[in-house]
Ligand binder design. Structure first.
Ligand code: ADP
Ligand code: MG
Length: 591
């Protein structure tokens, strides 16, 4: 084929491919434009996952009639000019690419009116061709309606997922925007059904309630900006509200929603010890960074940003989340709907769902708020559900109150009474927690107590056990295992940690082999050393099914009262269930 310069239209379509990948990409660009225009309300209507139509209405500054056609030219932007410094961009858009890209692969109808003009203008562009430009009545603000997306690009259309998948992508995206911009009221209607309605009252918790339901939002813990070069603030979920997937971490850098695996990982790591395996936190975090620390111009769809000092930000996120979590309540309270008459629905009292767009021609009345649960809308927060309480937010203590042991149940749980109700304590998990903290402390201060074996035991390890023992000889010794090579994969075990000396029915060698196996299986995010320590704690602790006398129970609870993190065992499972006085009164109909 001869070398030719592509027609402008074709070139535009190719460029659009970089920016507009899915219907959700259109939604993202339009929302960003609305936010840049200072909108306080953004209303979206989607039909058939965006394949049929996407419309975004805002109450922002509007586009002057004389500029509306220009806005669809390539590289037309009102946000930067040739004198701008690309390293200090505060707006979400800046390349002037989105509107022309969208218009080159769909039919766009733009209707806009600036705040102070009498009437508006209407522009229609169909796959790059201007069809109409005329004055039109309109409320102040802008509506962009995109139809026939990718109709002229069958290949693109084939890549689109099912309507449900595309809608889910859009829903997640709008959720993220609503979470990152609590002072903007977002509403999403898809195929006639209200999916999201955030109040836009500036309260992060209210936005979280719109997305995750008021129960989860009410229990989220606040992360406060510590005021350094990078501020991290927002809300993080209680460990008990953890999810089975990673996608519940929402991060925004200077108001821009970003996907950053590493920073999300910093959040996950901060939950270390608080969550069981394969459970992931819910978190909504805003990162404040100096503008010239952030390079927003690295991804065609601006989904990623480059942070010059990412390591610092990583550490700051971890620290902020961790310190919030360590002030978290040691016990899982069973929530009682407060201020509700039993069984009935509460009125809309402090209900967040109550705050919706004022009814007007441009703002359709919204009915209910769908709360996202594992990617699906559920009835939570919906009309048939008793609204979960937002207030009072549980108070968070870091240590346990003094408890009075009442007895043992099922040879597994210790029953105790405290100033605020009853506690059921899992004896194994509690002992694991106590031992883990003790072992870790001794390990760190190199004071592990070792018990020499009367007769050294020679053990045969399988190759991976032997490899681990050799690789981590130093840690094993620090933990109290005295081991000597004995040729091949055989070892001579001379001493074991004190705490394991009496609790290994199979004998010390077998215990070491079992520990090496379990350490290899442990959570990969944890260091080998941590895995060793919590595996040892598990082996050394009282198993469920053992009768404890009252003295032993008391001693265990006394030790737990002094633990740093009495709420979870080292694997992240809960140590106790708390039935607070309110719950009991509620259950017995005393309230
Ligand atoms: P960019 O956002 O990078 O400037 P776009 O192609 O997304 O480029 O938009 C082009 C221009 O159109 C913007 O700079 C802005 O002036 C105008 N514009 C687009 N959408 C809106 C809107 N919803 N409200 C007001 N102005 C808008
Ligand atoms: Mg833009």
């Amino acid at each position: 084929m001869a070398l030719t310069i592509l027609s402008e239209q074709l070139a535009a379509r190719i460029a659009a491919g970089e920016v507009i990948e899915w219907p959700a990409s259109v939604v993202k660009e339009l929302i960003e434009n609305s936010l840049d225009a200072g909108a306080r309300r953004i209303h979206l209507e989607i039909s058939q996952g965006g394949a049929k139509s996407i419309s975004v209405t805002d109450d922002g500054c509007g586009i002057p009639a004389e500029d509306i056609a220009l806005a669809f030219e390539r590289f037309a932007t009102s946000k930067i000019d040739d004198s701008s410094d690309l390293s200090g961009i505060a707006t979400l858009g800046f390349r002037g690419e989105a509107l022309p890209s969208i218009a080159s692969v769909s039919r766009v109808e733009a209707v806009s009116r600036t705040q102070d003009s009498e009437s508006g203008a209407r522009l229609v562009i169909d796959n790059g061709q201007q069809i109409a430009l005329e004055p039109a009545p309109a409320p102040p603000g802008t509506t962009m309606r995109v139809t026939s997306l990718f109709n002229k690009l069958p290949a693109r259309r084939k890549f689109m997922g099912s309507m449900r998948q595309e809608l889910a992508r859009i829903h997640r995206l709008v959720n993220a925007f609503a979470l990152a911009h609590p002072s903007v009221a977002f509403s999403l209607v898809a195929d006639g059904k209200q999916r999201l309605s955030s109040p836009g009252d500036g309260q992060g918790r209210a936005a979280a309630a719109a997305v995750y339901g008021s129960r989860v939002a009410g229990s989220m813990l606040e992360v406060a900006d510590a005021g350094g070069a990078f501020g991290v603030s927002g809300l993080v979920g209680e460990p008990s509200a953890a999810r089975g997937a990673r996608r519940y971490i929402t991060l925004a850098v200077n108001g821009r929603c970003v996907e950053n695996r590493r920073l999300a990982f910093a959040v996950e790591q901060a939950y270390h010890g608080f969550l069981p395996e394969r459970r992931f936190p819910i978190a909504i975090l805003s990162i404040r960074a100096p503008l010239d620390d952030v390079d927003v111009n690295v991804h065609p769809a601006k989904l990623e940003v480059r942070l010059l000092r990412e390591n610092l930000v990583f550490g700051e996120i971890q620290r902020a989340v961790r310190s919030t979590l360590s002030g978290f309540s040691p016990v899982r309270s069973l929530h009682v709907p407060s201020g509700s008459s039993r069984g009935g629905r509460t009125t809309d009292a402090p209900s967040l769902q109550g705050r919706q767009f004022a009814a007007s021609a441009a703002w359709p009345e919204s009915q209910t708020t769908g709360a996202e649960e594992d990617g699906q809308s559920t009835a939570q927060g919906g009309p048939d559900d008793t609204p979960a309480p937002l207030e009072p937010v549980p108070s968070y203590r870091s240590t346990l109150p003094i408890l009075r042991v009442i007895g043992q149940a099922h040879e597994t749980y210790i029953l105790a009474e405290g100033p605020d109700g009853l506690y059921l304590i899992d004896q194994h998990a509690a002992h694991e927690r106590v031992l883990f903290e003790e072992i870790k402390q001794r390990f760190e201060s190199r004071a592990a107590e070792s018990q020499p074996l009367l007769e050294p035991e020679s053990i045969d390890l399988d190759p991976s056990q032997a490899e681990a023992a050799e690789l981590h000889a130093e840690e094993l010794e620090r933990a109290g295992f005295l081991i000597e090579p004995f040729g091949g994969t055989s070892l001579l075990l001379r001493a074991v940690p004190q705490l394991l000396s009496s609790s290994s029915p199979q004998g010390p060698g077998a215990t070491l082999a079992a520990i090496l196996d379990e350490v290899a299986e442990g959570r990969k995010n944890d260091s080998w050393q941590d895995r060793l320590l919590y595996t040892m704690a598990c082996h050394g602790s009282i198993r469920a099914g053992r009768t404890l006398n009252i003295e032993e129970s008391r001693e265990l609870v006394r030790q737990l009262e002094q633990a740093q993190q009495p709420q979870t065992c080292p694997h992240g499972r809960p140590v106790m269930v708390h039935l607070n006085a309110g719950t009991l009164e509620y259950q017995f109909g005393r309230r």
